[in-house]
Design a protein around this ligand. Structure first.
Ligand SMILES: [Fe+2]
Ligand SMILES: [Fe+2]
Length: 194
């Protein structure tokens, strides 16, 4: 986990960051979100710890880069709200494997308990891109998607998620810079004289 602040949220390991907590306090207090603490996600990390890490790192990046940090923080916390242990879950008839199905389940659960904006909905639904073929529609969705992959890797190898955060941040900045450059119209060719 990132930091521990037991005073801010009893029984939960959450970032010691009051501005972040203001944005997600209602979610952290909800029984459905807390239920994620019952399910393992990667290694010894629970689903709730994973979602808090993805939420907080997405929030940090979006805050620094002028994106919608509130949407990123809230969607990050809800992106894996599928509410079962995926290691032992058996797909029902007609269901595909967990990796493909769980974004839709997480979104259905999130919509049952919370009111979501279009950005939050898209972030949750598209976070498994490119496994699921449709990419996120918003920049916040790309941030969440990459932070999810980064946190999953760190958790699988039992490393603190902040250990290589600066590197991940620079990667994502380069990714956005390249995407922006690709959108620029080509420069006018220089006129030849003589
Ligand atoms: Fe997921
Ligand atoms: Fe995830």
């Amino acid at each position: 986990m990132i930091h521990h602040n037991q005073a801010a949220a009893a029984f939960l390991a959450v970032p010691d960051d009051s501005e972040y907590l203001c944005l997600v306090a209602d979610l952290l207090d909800h029984p459905a979100v807390r239920e994620m603490a019952r399910y393992p996600q990667h290694g010894t990390t629970t689903c709730l710890e994973h979602c808090i890490s993805v939420s907080y790192l997405s929030y940090l990046f979006c805050t620094k880069h002028g994106l919608n940090a509130r949407c990123a923080a809230r969607a990050g916390l809800l992106h894996d709200l599928f509410l079962y242990d995926w290691h032992t879950y058996r797909p029902r008839k007609g269901e595909r494997l967990h990796g493909f199905e769980h974004p839709r389940k997480a979104l259905a659960n999130a919509e049952q308990y919370f009111s979501l904006c279009p950005v939050e909905r898209d972030c949750i639904l598209r976070h498994m891109f490119p496994l699921t073929l449709t990419p996120p529609r918003y920049k916040e969705g790309f941030v969440l998607m990459w932070m999810d992959k980064y946190c999953s890797l760190m958790e699988t190898f039992r490393r603190p998620v902040m250990a290589r955060y600066a590197l991940q941040e620079r990667r994502l900045e380069r990714h956005f810079a390249l995407a922006e450059a690709a959108r620029q119209p080509l420069a006018e060719p220089e006129k030849r004289h003589g």
